[in-house]
Ligand binder design. Structure first.
Ligand code: PRP
Ligand code: URA
Length: 209
């Protein structure tokens, strides 16, 4: 069983509180989502492997730690996942970026696929799937299944807000995937929106409502 980590950092809590407010406008919402993504990424990369390398400082020779250099990929689930990409790239600037397009059918709440473009060698990469919202869990579970079909093995999922229902669905569907959650909320409402949540993440990032 992989791990589920719920963030416990005051900066993350403060920033999530800010984006939950209905009066937070598009520009600030977008900026803060990016900052939260960077902070969650810091936690999600905690277990990356290191190796010892001998270098010379201006004073003497010494051994330092270096990332083992496993290649990485960031995969946002469109649209809202795009809001997390820049924040993650701040910490992992050399990562390749793939895109998976899914939207939730408003009636059934089931994910509908409309786009998939991944780095050619994504099967050899450490993959970080990003989406601010884990509600029913359908979109995240479907995106990760698509990645596994393309040969991805080392998959991590990062979200800003999760509902308990979605977290259970994702754990059950993909027990091998590490899950990093900014805040675990109370429940889903009758429209499968997260309560208290922050509303529609895509609309708030892109100002479409
Ligand atoms: C939102 C969100 C997730 C999905 C979560 O996307 O960004 O992808 O809903 O819901 P689920 O866990 O119940 O599947 P949405 O379908 O609204 O599309 P958008 O990002 O294009 O707005
Ligand atoms: N998608 C969102 O953007 N918000 C929710 O609360 C649920 C799904």
């Amino acid at each position: 069983m992989a791990k589920v980590v719920i963030m416990d950092h005051p900066l993350i809590k403060h920033k999530i509180g800010y984006i939950r407010r209905e009066e937070t406008g598009t520009k600030d919402f977008r900026q803060t989502v990016s900052e939260i993504a960077m902070l969650i990424c810091y936690e999600a990369t905690r277990d990356l492997e290191l190796s010892d390398v001998t270098i010379k400082t201006p004073i003497c020779e010494t051994t330092v730690k270096e990332l083992k250099g496993k290649k990485m990929a960031i995969i946002p689930i469109l649209r809202a996942g795009l809001g997390m990409v820049d924040g993650v790239l701040e910490l992992i600037p050399a990562a390749k970026v793939g895109h998976i397009g899914l939207y939730r059918d408003p009636e059934t709440h089931k994910p509908v696929e409309y786009y998939c473009k991944l780095p050619e060698d994504c099967g050899e990469r450490e993959v970080f799937v990003v989406d601010p919202m884990l509600a029913t869990g359908g979109s995240a579970a479907a995106a990760i299944s698509m990645l596994k079909d393309k040969g991805c093995k080392n998959i991590h999922f990062m979200c800003i807000i999760a509902a308990p229902e979605g977290l259970e669905v994702l754990k059950e569907a993909h027990p091998d995937v590490d899950i990093y959650v900014g805040a675990l909320d109370e429940k889903l409402n009758e429209h499968a929106y997260i309560v208290p949540g922050l509303g529609d993440a895509g609309d708030r990032i892109f100002g479409t409502k």
